[in-house]
Design a protein around this ligand. Structure first.
Ligand code: B12
Length: 453
């Protein structure tokens, strides 16, 4: 092929027991779309999670912070899984497809100019069946167009995705280094990208039908290797973007698209703050931009100095989430050794002194770990409350390629290897007793939930 190909990028449906647009955008796929577009490729985008689809009537609700609920269609879990996942354990929770209706998607595909190549992303591993359903609909409209799958499910469950997703090719890891090769192999077009890896074009968020917030990454990767987390497997190298470029990107969405809410997707936003996040915040304060910032991913407690807290308050951070994990400091911490009680109190004091209202500050606590004593969770919640801020429970989801995976598989109440859905955190897969699961539900009601289950 000599003419540049037409590439369709697709964000698949979510299949889950609950889901919410918790500042959830396929940033990686849209970054690849931005790179292709910059290289002169025609790029289309279809978002199965579009809350603002033209066929949507009277449903669209959006909070002041840009978040909102997805359309929800109940489906049967058993219909959504391949036979290999059977027999299903007795899961009673209602299961749903989140996003636009399949007919809308099918019609949108059928009425578009046929693409030469289709790139599908994947976010949470346990949304795997949503990916399979999305690819099946794509196939029904474009049986001969190559479908390439990438993203988190493709990376963390590569073998499973290769067998069950229905894609022609499943690509693990970051897409940037393999994009030229994929386009050449599946379309014959000799794509030439000349973007430096640390400075790709802005993600093509403008392809979304409506933008109510912008996700922004200041760096990729995390310097810590907590044993429940896949970050060091997914992003083995920490790569920081230039402060000027991140500032330019924030201004681009703010001025060009009237975006006021920015969600940082960083794993470790404040790490090396004095040479990275601080100068960025100073630039934004100096430019007097009227912005609200959110950190749905935890901030490291030890990085919250008086200076960091003041900058965060002045620049417009609205929701602060601290990564505490547990407050049972006396036991041998299995996860990491990031935080001690003193660090935590110092961080909370710095945030309050800077002007944050205690209601804006929450601390994530892990709940549902293999062999976890739930008294520890209850004690940790009390500890967080004693500092005058909110306990936010983060329910454990076992992730392949993490240090904790083997233990989770051994302790789980389901066969986790059979299908990623069994790792879904709302099933509390590693909490074996009914009484403990009921207790978790009670604890959940006493804390704050960031994600609506
Ligand atoms: C930002 C983030 C979030 C954001 C939004 C995430 C999003 N857009 O999906 C928020 C804050 C909402 C979030 C929430 C949660 N998260 Co989170 N999150 C992340 C984080 C830190 C970065 C993800 C990201 O955007 N990376 C940057 C972009 C550029 O990467 P990317 O999208 O993967 O794309 C690249 C490649 O995958 C590839 N690629 C992508 N698509 C395609 C397509 C093709 C064709 C190709 C070739 C390549 C390709 O190329 C891209 C560019 O390099 C990751 C950790 C990490 N370091 O990855 C955890 C992570 C994804 N989250 C995780 C978890 C557990 C959660 C929570 C469940 C936490 C909790 N207990 O509450 C919630 C659940 C959310 C929900 N149910 O709605 C887990 C995933 C677990 C899983 N089973 O899959 C991760 C891996 C962290 C961990 N603990 O290990 N998260």
């Amino acid at each position: 092929m000599t003419d540049p190909p037409h590439v369709l990028c697709v964000n698949p449906w979510i299949h889950d027991f609950a889901a919410f647009d918790f500042w959830l955008k396929p940033l990686g796929l849209l970054t690849l779309a931005g790179m292709l577009r910059q290289a002169g490729i025609r790029v289309s985008y279809m978002d199965c999670l579009d809350r603002f689809h033209p066929k949507e009537t009277g449903f669209v609700k959006t909070g002041w912070d840009g978040r909102g609920p997805f359309r929800k269609t109940p489906v049967l879990l058993s219909d959504m899984l391949p036979p290999a996942a059977s027999p299903l354990p007795g899961i009673k929770k209602p299961f749903s497809r989140y996003g636009i209706l399949p007919d809308w998607f099918r019609n949108d595909l059928a009425s578009m100019d046929p693409p030469d190549l289709i790139l599908v992303t994947s976010l949470m591993t346990y949304w795997a069946s949503g990916v399979t359903e999305t690819i099946a609909v794509i196939r029904s409209v474009f049986p001969d167009v190559p479908v390439i799958l990438g993203g988190k499910y493709a990376t963390l469950c590569h073998d499973h995705a290769t067998v069950f997703s229905g894609a022609d090719h499943v690509v693990p890891g970051p897409g940037e280094p393999v994009l030229e090769e994929i386009v050449a192999r599946f379309t014959g077009f000799p794509l030439c990208l000349d973007t430096p890896p640390e400075d790709p074009p802005f993600p093509a968020l403008d392809l979304c039908s409506k933008l109510t917030y912008a996700p922004v990454l200041t760096a990729r990767g995390c310097p810590f290797s907590c044993d429940y987390c896949a970050s060091s497997f997914l992003e083995p190298r920490r790569v920081r973007r230039s402060v000027d470029r991140v500032f330019e990107e924030i201004c681009h969405w703010h001025h060009g698209y009237r975006i006021q809410n920015v969600a940082f997707y960083d794993d470790a936003l404040l790490v090396n703050g004095p040479t990275h996040a601080y100068p960025l915040m100073e630039k934004i304060i100096e430019a007097d931009l009227d912005l609200f910032f959110h950190t749905p991913n935890a901030l490291h407690v030890r990085e919250i100095t008086v200076e960091a807290a003041e900058l965060m308050f002045r620049v417009g951070f609205k929701t602060i989430r601290l990564g505490l994990e547990t407050a049972v400091f006396s036991k041998n911490r299995r996860h990491d050794i990031k935080v001690q009680a003193d660090d935590f109190f110092k961080a909370v004091a710095a945030l309050k002194k800077a002007g944050f209202d205690p209601g804006q500050i929450g601390a994530y606590l892990l709940c549902g770990l293999p062999d976890q004593d739930l008294d520890d969770v209850a004690d940790s919640m009390a500890f967080v409350r004693s500092a005058g801020i909110l306990p936010v429970l983060a329910f454990y989801s076992p992730i392949p390629h993490t240090l904790m995976w083997e233990t989770a598989v051994a302790r789980a109440r389901f066969d986790l290897d059979r299908h990623p859905v069994f790792t879904n955190n709302s099933l509390f897969p590693c909490v074996r007793s009914d009484a403990d699961r009921q207790r978790i539900s009670r604890l959940k009601n006493q804390g704050v939930s960031d994600i609506v289950y």
